[in-house]
Design a protein around this ligand. Structure first.
Ligand code: ME8
Length: 505
């Protein structure tokens, strides 16, 4: 089984914010999880660097487009590194190898007779890089950006999207999981059912893009250029190998609802036009909001993920984003909310559990952890956890995955309270019982660490180190009774040290 997962490629006209980090971390969690299960996994992210919007912003900054995109792509690469994601490749659409494949892709559609020349006249929002019908405008403005679109009239090449209605609807047939969640599939389907207009796939008045192969006076429309990245990257991501043979079309696209139409309608049609198989699945998530408004660079209400990471650490940010909002739905985030969950859930529930466990092993057993028969009831809970998390993550339910794991965090905290090891330690006759409880806690923490590894990669290694466990992160180890005997266990440093107040950000 192979698992290929992608994020949107982000526009480099501004610096990255938490919204970009969100999708990238989600993809990372799924990729890390599949690797644990031994699947061949490939995780792609990158930047979208052509188009009139970027050319304009570069000009405003007094830079050549290439210099501008090089600088800004670097900030996205830096974000990708700082949020600790395990992407296998980072694609930039200004990579010549991508540009060539865009031409090849478009030529295939052209050769199939699915592209014709026409005149486009319509309202265009350069922020979205998208045409709008009058009826779609809100008070005469772009519905996404609230600015008036420009009237554009030019010779363009058109793709016969209108001819793909039935083939697209077939993808959305009853029972298909082509697009998830279901309510997003319904949105895409009703859009297709309304009837599709042909779309322009080139621009005559722009220069910052990939030349149309049969007419170098035109450049390829930036959205077409961008979508092709998911397919092109595989051809050159690994030296001397064409991964398309193995990984296409086993692709899972993650995106937010702002770009649903491009991904769920136009992209599969373009692929069909080029004679290439359509993606296996798309998951469309909601928006991160601040005070109930979408966080976006055009509204200006953005949080820089790196500032949060500086204060709370990368794992806390990775954790919070999937706790604050149920993945799939919209949800508000705030620094106060992060602070609260950091203290309560990460610091108290998980961090203290490790501190107490290691402190008790150090104090009552001189740092030695023997292997004994653990509690059958707890073992049952630990053994059920792996399957539950798999079911949630296979359904892209990252928040549900954390819920399942936190059930066990809480169960272990109850186990400490109910068995009161500090009382057992007072009575020599209860030495075996104490060993059992300490083993239970270590075994439970080890299983938690493995199931949490995709969400909290740094914390996982710290937990396993503190318990003297180094068995690796394979999903097979997410079962009870696999903890090994250890020595030299010392009271662990707090996993989530105190942060004074949210105002620190
Ligand atoms: O649309 N909440 O790039 P983009 C959740 N280049 N996710 C958010 C978000 C928020 N408030 N803000 C941004 C483009 N995102 C095109 C994509 S793909 C072939 C081309 C995330 O920089 C989310 O994944 O505007 C959204 O779909 C994406 O960033 C848009 O990024």
């Amino acid at each position: 089984m192979s698992f290929y997962i992608t994020t949107p490629i982000y526009y480099v006209n501004a610096t990255p914010h938490v919204g970009h980090a969100y999708t990238t971390i989600a993809a990372d969690i799924l990729a890390r999880h599949r690797r644990q299960r031994g699947e061949e996994t490939f995780f792609l992210t990158g930047t979208d660097e052509h188009g009139s919007n970027i050319a304009r912003v570069a000009e405003e900054a007094g830079l050549e487009p290439k210099e501008f995109v090089d600088r800004n792509a670097a900030t996205f690469m830096e974000m990708t590194r700082r949020i600790n994601v395990s992407n296998d490749f980072f694609i930039r659409t200004t990579d010549e190898r991508h540009e060539q494949l865009v031409q090849e892709f478009l030529q295939r559609i052209y050769d199939a007779g699915e592209i014709y020349e026409g005149v486009y006249a319509g309202l265009y929002c350069s922020r979205c890089e998208s045409f709008y019908a009058e009826s779609e405008l809100v008070d005469g403005n772009c519905p996404q950006h609230g600015i008036p679109p420009e009237w554009v009239e030019e010779k363009n090449y058109f793709f016969r999207l209108s001819a793909y209605q039935d083939r697209l609807l077939a993808l959305y047939e009853e029972g298909s999981d082509f697009v998830l969640p279901k309510f997003r599939a319904n949105e895409a389907r009703s859009f297709i059912e309304q009837g599709l207009d042909d779309i322009s796939v080139s621009r005559a008045t722009q220069r910052w893009g990939v030349s149309v192969p049969w007419d170098p006076d035109q450049v390829v429309y930036v959205w077409v250029d961008a979508l092709i990245n998911y397919w092109s990257a595989l051809a050159f991501a690994r030296e001397g190998e064409d991964l398309r043979d193995r990984l296409w079309p086993e692709v899972h696209h993650l995106l937010a609802k702002d770009i649903l139409k491009f991904h769920c309608v136009i992209w599969p049609a373009l692929l069909m036009g080029a004679g290439i198989s359509v993606p296996k699945q798309l998951f469309v998530h909601g928006y991160l909001l601040m005070d109930d408004r979408k966080m976006s660079k055009s509204v200006g209400n953005v949080i820089d993920p790196l500032e949060l990471i500086d204060v709370y650490g990368v794992d806390a940010v990775r954790y919070y984003l999937f706790r604050a909002a149920s993945f799939g739905q919209d949800g508000n985030i705030s620094v106060d909310g992060l602070h609260e969950r950091y203290e309560r859930e990460l610091g108290n529930d998980l961090g203290n559990l490790l501190s107490r466990t290691t402190a008790m092993v150090a104090r009552y057993r001189d740092g030695k952890l023997p292997v004994v028969e653990g509690s059958a009831e707890l073992a049952g809970e630990l053994d059920a956890l792996g399957g539950r998390v798999v079911a949630r993550l296979d359904a892209y339910d990252l928040t549900g995955g954390l819920d399942e794991i936190w059930e066990v965090v809480r169960a272990l905290n109850r186990h400490v309270e109910q068995n009161a090891p500090w009382e057992l330690a007072k009575d020599e006759a209860k030495a075996d019982e104490l060993d059992r409880v300490l083993f239970d806690l270590a075994d439970g923490l080890r299983v938690l660490a493995i199931t949490l590894a995709p969400f909290l990669p740094e914390t996982t290694s710290r937990i396993l180190d503190a318990l003297g466990q180094d068995a690796g992160l394979d999903w097979d180890h997410a079962r009870s009774g696999q903890t090994r005997a250890a020595e030299g266990i010392a009271p662990a440093e707090p996993l989530f040290p105190r942060v004074d107040s949210p105002a620190a950000v």
